[in-house]
Design a protein around this ligand. Sequence first.
Ligand code: HEC
Ligand code: HEC
Length: 232
Amino acid sequence: MKLLLLALLATFAFAAQSQYALGETIYKTTCISCHGIDGNSQNDMKLVVKPRILSKSILTETQAYKIIKYGAHAYGSHADIMPTFKYVYSDIQIKAVAHYVSKTFNSHRDKRVENLLKESAQLEEKDRQEMMKVGKKIFQRKCGKCHGVSGNGESDYVEQSKSNQNFIYPYNLQKILLSEKQIFLYAKFGGKFWGTAKNDMPSWKKRYNDIQLKSVAHYVATQIKKNNKQKK
Ligand code: HEC
Ligand code: HEC
């Protein structure tokens, strides 16, 4: 019995090992040209949206798997530079590379996210009732400038950026993968903190307090993402 158990454990260990090794091989042949050997990205590339620094990503392993499989465009990016790999690799291979990326570059992610959430102000019941109103107001006033009032990522300001060669690419927030807590953290600290090359998505923490930002995140998660029929 004991032997059987040991044999089983050994099989699992082997499977985990080989998934990692498989992921590493795929990463090194396919991803380093953009994301770099250490996940830190080649930012001197002439791309309108630069590859993200994977060690700073807010995405969980499962979310990373989805982006790798279907491409960033399927989840709200207006650029099509992070391609879909579903025609290139099998599901097992994509899971393996997502696993490799998470484990190698971002193993501290959960702790980092957890700490940031712990440090943020907690909501009182009275705040909760106000949330939707406050969130909507801030969204329409500030976020809508780039993301559009419907959150679809289109606005006059974005159009202008194309004519003056500045090119900002706000996400279509109706399609994003991020949870309410992740949206809060992304808005609080801004894109650069989470691995983007440019500072197009600003950090809002000087302008709004945690309660206000949690309200916006709540509004985005429940109202903007609501009509999203995209595959999850
Ligand atoms: C042609 C360059 C290119 C290649 C090749 C590429 N990526 Fe990307 N990747 C990008 C860009 C650009 C983004 C940012 C997407 C955006 O915001 O539009 C990105 C984003 C990502 C993200 C999301 C990170 C986040 O925090 O949002 C993950 C995960 C990722 N890439 C993994 C991979 C893996 C794994 C491979 C190899 C199988 C790969 N990429 C190959 C350019 C590339
Ligand atoms: C000046 C333009 C601009 C404004 C204003 C702006 N954003 Fe963004 N936002 C962006 C851009 C560009 C991105 C694309 C990724 C990046 O560069 O960080 C983005 C990305 C995001 C993402 C990440 C989506 C994902 O799945 O990766 C969230 C969430 C977000 N914005 C929420 C907000 C909220 C909430 C506000 C208002 C408090 C806001 N944004 C205001 C430009 C803007």
